[in-house]
Each structure stands twice: as structure tokens, then as C-alpha cells.
Design a protein around this ligand. Sequence first.
Ligand SMILES: [Mg+2]
Length: 117
Amino acid sequence: MNSSTLAELTKRVLAHRDERHWAQFHTPKELAVSLAVEASELLALMQWKTGPELDETLAARSEQVRDELADCLHSLLLLADHMKVDLGEALKQKLQKDAAKYPVEKARGKNVKYTEL
Ligand SMILES: [Mg+2]
């Protein structure tokens, strides 16, 4: 993670959008669809790969992985701006909720849902 703040990055994606007059297409649903599509494109890079083959594939496709991660963030920043969500605050609050659901003493080293702890 570099030093760019979420606010700075949001300004950049909004400028990119506005230069192209694309706000008219950016409903919350379309932005959520875009986020899911970009996450799927990231998954597609890993499809059918496991273990060492997955590691090798990701290394060979590192630029594509980076591009898809950027696409995900791009869509997420646009959606959060549209929904007036402060992503930094939202993440901090969600981490607090998750910490209550997954207390360290119960969850450490386990990969099960909180209902199974
Ligand atoms: Mg993409």
C-alpha cells in the first residue's frame, strides 16, 4: 500500500469519470455490478489452479492481478462515494463488529464461521 489516501484516490477516479461524462451510467446497481465483475476477473486468473501451480500462475500473471485489484478498488471507490460511505470509517467499524464475532481466544488459527466457534 502506498501513501495515496482514499480521499486522493477518490478524487482521481471521479475526475476520470467526469472527464468522460460517465456519471450518467453510474447508478449504485451498475457500480455494484462492476465491483462484482472486476472481482470475478480477479478470480478468473486463478480458476482451476491450486497449490504450487496457483503460486506460479499468480507470479506469471502479476500485472494482470495488479490491474484487476486496481479495477476492484476503482469500482469500490466510485460506489462508496455515490453511497456517501466513508470507507476508512466503515472498515474500522466493521473490524470492531468482526472482532466481537471472532474473539481472538476463540478464533485464533480456525477457519470456521463465527456461528461454529
Ligand atoms: Mg478488469
